[in-house]
Design a protein around this ligand. Sequence first.
Ligand SMILES: C[S@@+](CC[C@H](N)C(=O)[O-])C[C@H]1O[C@@H](n2cnc3c(N)ncnc32)[C@H](O)[C@@H]1O
Length: 335
Amino acid sequence: MRNGWVEIEEGESKLLIPKVEAPEEGEVFYHPEQALARDMSILFYKSYDYEVLDAFGGTGARAVRLAKNGVKVTSNDISDRAVNLIQKNAKLNGVDIDVIHNRAEKTIHSQLWEAIDIDPFGSPVSWVHCGLLNSKKLLAVTATDTAALSGTYPRVARRRYGFHSKRTPNYHEIAVRALAGFVVRQGAVIEVAATPVFAHTYRHYTRVYFELGKGAGRCDQLLDQMGDSNEVGPIWMGNLWKKSLVEKMWKNRESVTMGSKWTLKHLETIKGELEFPQPYFHLHKLCKSMQITSPPMAAVLKAVNGVRTHFTPLGFRTELSETKVKQELKRLTSS
Ligand SMILES: C[S@@+](CC[C@H](N)C(=O)[O-])C[C@H]1O[C@@H](n2cnc3c(N)ncnc32)[C@H](O)[C@@H]1O
């Protein structure tokens, strides 16, 4: 390793991480901002009782934290430095992790797994098909090519994810729905029903979790929930969250030490927004398009009987149509 190691703490775990100021492309490094995503994955996997293949292990941060929280985990990475680090971190924390040094696609195909976690750099599209083929119960997929998913690069979106895109005010949610829709369609091709059960974004990090089942009929029911939003599509327009699962995750918080101070805030907001089927509205962008000044969020939420969204502090969800929302915003600004 270029500059050696440094020991840090995340949640309940100690982690040795590379002491690297500016990582080179593809180099193993520790991303503190992703502690929130790791917290969520602990809360998620603790809600089931399956062994997880962490197919892109990196520093071992996710695998070690899962193992410390009682989840059985196998961690894989293509890089010998990463594999070495995962082993070191497992030892440092006194946990037992099976570590594999291979390409993710080879490890994924080597057997049937109960749960597969796909967390590469950039786009996950190359591994979704093999993940769907080789996981029996759960699949989690991360994308950090958010610009492609959220309308900045429509050609890349069409090529990579197969949907028509443009930049919309609620692009964070569109990115999640586009990623979910891609996995649902890839599953349908091989008659694997991949039902989205949990999703979140934080900065440029987009992540969706799926429960997997079998059968053409179930796939057809999922495909019926694909659609368009604001001329962007086809994307997943069904539920992003399974209520009973989110409740379990919320309960699990009692026994998990969070690595990020934002995790529970996000999860609590998700608990409030999960039953609103329509994508969120962005207060400032909507008001700007109407050439009015934004009223305070609290007043807006009251007027539209709405809730906040974890996607952005400037977003809100409501059951009202856009026309009705605009009427309420006008009324608020003129009163
Ligand atoms: C974003 S990091 C993983 C972060 C980790 N899951 C965490 O939460 O800390 C991506 C890792 O994928 C590894 N990688 C890239 N391509 C791979 C491939 N084809 N097979 C296996 N590992 C790969 C890299 O070496 C890197 O360690």
